[in-house]
Design a protein around this ligand. Structure first.
Ligand SMILES: [Zn+2]
Ligand SMILES: [Zn+2]
Length: 273
């Protein structure tokens, strides 16, 4: 069995050779790829994936428009968290869901580019928040029908890499999705909540007793899916639930960086997650 680093180097060399024979363009900017280490993306695009640098809600990571929100109250929570506290203790949503990350997640999730699992998980690992502590990682599950058509659960692939890095077990069969839901796209908040009600169930509650759970998903849109998962886990007797997502949809007026705003170009659409 080859060491992982050696495997990576070999795969990288094969990729370079293949690109020489069969030129590949960066999915984000269209430049031809040569020695770029990430599949389907040039190094410059990949380097441009950065977290938002602005104050956020300490519960759900919602960015605040103004820095004044947290100047005198560093533990300030957004209006939604104050009015209806979520079932998760804390959600970390690491990067804004903007190109090129958005391109990468779409290629990974909808076009089956599974070689992106490791670099995407590596982004999460590089940006892991301080104070993250859990006993078990649980990926947000797909319904078996959707799993059959997509053939893989993108959240499980990310969770698997995180589990290896954090030396934490990954439980992929205890929290299950029992109902096929309409895509969350274009639904109002109330409709989203109705759509997801009683969607998740726990198969072995005894395994969760007092366990601190880290839920993992690819994109945080409104948080209703994660909140519903956390509610199901808490009801079944788990300890506190934390959530970690690779990306978060953000309104473009919340993105101060001109580069990001220009790349986005239009208000972000949400995906059915
Ligand atoms: Zn590029
Ligand atoms: Zn909040």
């Amino acid at each position: 069995m080859l060491h992982e680093d050696t495997q990576d180097r070999l795969i990288g060399r094969c990729r370079q050779l293949l690109r020489f024979v069969l030129p590949v363009e960066c999915l984000s900017c269209g430049h031809s790829l040569s020695t770029d280490p990430i599949p389907f993306f040039c190094a410059a695009c990949w380097r441009s994936i950065r977290p938002l640098q602005q104050p956020v809600c300490v519960r759900c990571d919602q960015p605040f428009i103004s820095t004044a929100a947290t100047t005198y109250a560093p533990n300030h929570q957004c209006q939604q968290c104050q009015e209806q506290p979520p079932n998760f203790q804390r959600a970390w949503t690491l990067f804004p869901y903007l190109p090129p990350l958005r391109d990468a997640i779409c290629a990974f999730k909808y076009r089956g580019k599974l070689t992106l699992a490791r670099p995407l998980a590596q982004l999460m690992i590089n940006a892991l928040p301080h104070g993250l502590d859990a006993d078990v990682i649980i990926p947000v599950p797909l319904h078996p029908a959707r799993l059959r058509t997509r053939e893989f659960n993108q959240s499980l692939l990310l969770a698997d890499q995180l589990g290896r890095h954090l030396s934490l077990p990954v439980s992929a069969t205890n929290l299950v999705r029992t109902a096929v839901t309409d895509p969350q796209t274009a639904l109002s908040r109330q409709a989203r909540l109705r759509n997801l009600r009683n969607t998740f169930t726990i198969r072995r509650p005894q395994d969760l007793a007092e366990q601190r759970i880290l839920l993992v998903d690819d994109v945080f849109t409104t948080g209703t899916t994660l909140n519903e998962c956390a509610k199901t886990l808490r009801k079944a007797g788990s300890g506190p639930v934390f959530a970690l997502t690779l990306a978060r949809t953000v309104e473009t007026d919340l993105v101060p960086d001109r580069f990001f705003a220009e790349q986005a170009g239009r208000p972000l659409t949400t995906l059915g997650i």
